[in-house]
Design a protein around this ligand. Sequence first.
Ligand code: GDP
Ligand code: IMO
Ligand code: MG
Length: 423
Amino acid sequence: MAVDLLLGLQWGDEGKGKIVDVLTKDYDIIARFQGGPNAGHTLEFDGIKHVLHTIPSGIFHKNALNIVGNGVVIDPVIFKKELDNLAKFNLDFSAKLLISRKAHLILPTHRLLDAASETAKGKAKIGSTLKGIGPTYMDKTGRNGMRVGDLEFDDCKEKYRALANKHEAMLAYYGVAIEYNLQELENEFFEAVDTLKKLTFIDSEEFLFNAMQEGKKILAEGAQGSLLDIDFGTYPYVTSSNTTAAGACTGLGVAPNKIGGVFGIFKAYTTRVGSGPFPTELFDKDGETMGRVGNEFGATTGRPRRCGWLDLVALKYAVQVNGVTELMMMKADVLSGFETIKVCTAYKYKGETITHLPYNIETHNIEPIYKELKGWKKDLTQLNDVNDLPPNLNAYIDYLEKELKVPIKIVSVGPDRVQTIHR
Ligand code: GDP
Ligand code: IMO
Ligand code: MG
């Protein structure tokens, strides 16, 4: 049995949470492989909206186990809040939610370091979610981090103290004013650690290997998007993990030859939250319409998302880096009403026309070249039959499939679970 893989192809917020929830009925296990509470994955069904940050998006299904893999970074405080928010749904977490011992912990001082680093950067800030992601992955690769498995040992508090002391010294280095009460933060942290310890800790690589032997169906859930990948994204305006397909192997302990389908999720247009280049970004009424109709506000920070037309150059790159086998197009409904739909097919870069992502994409040295397609007026949000899609939307889909050479298997026409059209 292979592990299917679902990931975002743009700058995050493509709708991964919704689609994982839609697909979970066909899987036994949903496993998050990277990122942390910088993610905000939204699910809607039965008139209720849920935003998950660390917990995998299969949690509402009785049939599925949910695993937080070793590649994820966990903030026990945010994790506890997520569990508390879900308490009213009577989900049996002790049986349904398993945590890798090798996942790293976000300490309160990691969050402080994130804030100090961003403040010190001034105008050049990354626009991080301030959840401590960068500093935690730095400690992981620097071989100083604290892992979930450390909580099972008696010297856990000493380990914590040594790391927190180091962080305090680093905070002084930044020389920026960050107000905090460490005692209060630590009390909150250790209370949340007690909650975390009530869950089952596993070695996810062993667990998933055995599950595969037993023929279980596994879906790996990505966070962020390919253009935020630490290696292949728009560095340095990226996150600190590998969001692309290879991240699922290292973030769960699954061998590359065990990866089956690679499902790539993209919005019918593009959004980005935080700083960094965005060639097709719009500052006109079309961008404003996308933001308003698409309700484009960050699920984690509430910040307005920057909006623009679909960037086919970037999307082709993401399809290539990930080896995408099936595409899923989200938020098609948001484009209803536009007279013309534009797609960026190339860039004008330093006077030349190019069709690849250059090493240093900077907004001032890149200009998108657009192809125009006819828009459609029809409201899509009530549709559930693929044959009812308007001809101009079908033409848009056909064009993208031809360019990307991968079939678009799902068209999403609204945030709810049921607003999903399979092709
Ligand atoms: P994720 O981080 O990839 O899981 O995506 P987010 O949850 O951060 O952002 C996607 C947003 O779009 C959420 O508010 C979803 O409820 C919403 N959404 C998902 N699919 C659709 C869709 O097809 N149409 C519309 N209008 N909204 C959608
Ligand atoms: P989901 O999983 C959109 C962005 C931040 C910032 C950069 C670095 O919901 O798609 P970080 O906190 O990781 O150090 O921030 O990455 N970012 C996201 N943007 N969706 C996300 O996750 C994101 N996670 C991080 O805005 O620009
Ligand atoms: Mg999100």
